[in-house]
Design a protein around this ligand. Structure first.
Ligand SMILES: Nc1ncnc2c1ncn2[C@@H]1O[C@H](COP(=O)(O)OP(=O)(O)OP(=O)(O)O)[C@@H](O)[C@H]1O
Length: 299
């Protein structure tokens, strides 16, 4: 996956910066206060995502063009489609990971909780807190298990040690990992199995209590048993947030997604061809591309 190299950079660089800050006793402070505060009666539900006319360009090449998507709290929305049709580009634009890709330009409208996150002045720190992301390859920081979760908390200005400890435990419980690691929180994260590392990465995304969780092929590097655990976890987590997930595994999309967005490449650029409830997409697709793809005749 082409975005993976940028992921490695964006994971490593902030860790190094934050470690330096932690060592010098400083933390950022303003982010907790700057979270979304939807407070009117008709405010969108926390975690509501609406994408319209979204195009992601790499230099002059459109990775995806005029894409659209809607995702609500309590839902798992799966992005499916053949390699190179823009699924990861679409996903990465939702927490503006695309900002870190040299030469990448995003146009269109991405609304989270009714606010356009592409608007100038929108707080990237607040966005990263509200929208967590987990990648294809488990990528724990080269730190201890506890430090992997403590790092984002400190980086986002959670100063009280007791609060950080409670949130670390809660996130590990949410990720179904607490019983396996509670007795060795100081062990190196890289000593965990691949499936445990991926659940640790999910816990790291959860520790900031996001409203939206983005998963980019979270099971593709895992064995069937670890995959089943992550799928179970996704079904539990969706009760408290919105989940948007890229998967190449159509059976997985059918098992756990509430709605499916089908992407395709047309005229050299990725696009969304159809979106709908999972059963409808698999049993009564409207677009010929969806029919062919979901029946394994194309893609
Ligand atoms: N960092 C990048 N620089 C240049 N082009 C890119 C970059 N990332 C993606 N692209 C291009 O954008 C298009 C969409 O890529 P993207 O990774 O979003 O597709 P995808 O559907 O997620 O593919 P896959 O399933 O293989 O991960 C492809 O043509 C790809 O080559």
């Amino acid at each position: 996956m082409t975005l993976q190299t940028f992921v490695n950079q964006t994971v490593t660089q902030p860790v190094q910066r934050a470690l330096a800050r932690m060592q010098s006793g400083r933390t950022t402070s303003s982010v907790m206060a700057s979270r979304f505060t939807g407070n009117t009666a008709d405010a969108p539900m926390p975690g509501q995502v609406k994408i319209e006319n979204l195009s992601v360009y790499y230099q002059h090449h459109a990775g995806i063009r005029n894409a659209w998507l809607a995702a609500n709290p309590g839902e798992v929305v799966a992005l499916v489609g053949p390699s190179g049709c823009g699924k990861s580009s679409l996903l990465a634009s939702v927490n503006r990971m695309t900002d870190h890709i040299p030469g990448c330009r995003v146009e269109g409208h991405i609304e989270i909780n009714g606010e356009n996150i592409l608007a100038g002045g929108y707080s990237l720190d607040a966005l990263r807190q509200s929208v967590g992301m987990v990648f294809q390859q488990p990528n724990p920081f080269p730190l201890s298990i506890a430090e992997n979760l403590d790092f984002p908390l400190q980086d986002h200005g959670v100063r009280r040690g007791s609060e950080r400890q409670a949130r670390i435990q809660f996130a590990l419980e949410q990720a179904g990992l607490w019983s396996e690691v509670s007795h060795r929180l100081n062990a190196r994260a890289l000593s965990l199995s691949g499936g445990q590392q991926q659940r640790l990465c999910i816990a790291r995304a959860l520790v900031l209590q996001p409203q939206v969780l983005l998963l980019d092929e979270p099971c593709s590097a895992l064995d069937p048993i670890s995959t089943e655990r992550i799928e179970q976890l996704i079904l539990e987590l969706k009760n408290n947030m919105t989940i948007i997930m890229v998967t190449h595994n159509l059976a997985q999309a059918r098992r756990i997604a509430d709605r499916v967005v089908v992407c395709w490449t047309q005229e050299g650029a990725g696009c969304v061809v159809e979106s709908g409830p999972t059963e409808q997409i698999f049993t009564r697709p409207e677009h010929p591309v969806t029919q062919a793809y979901c029946q394994g005749r194309a893609g």
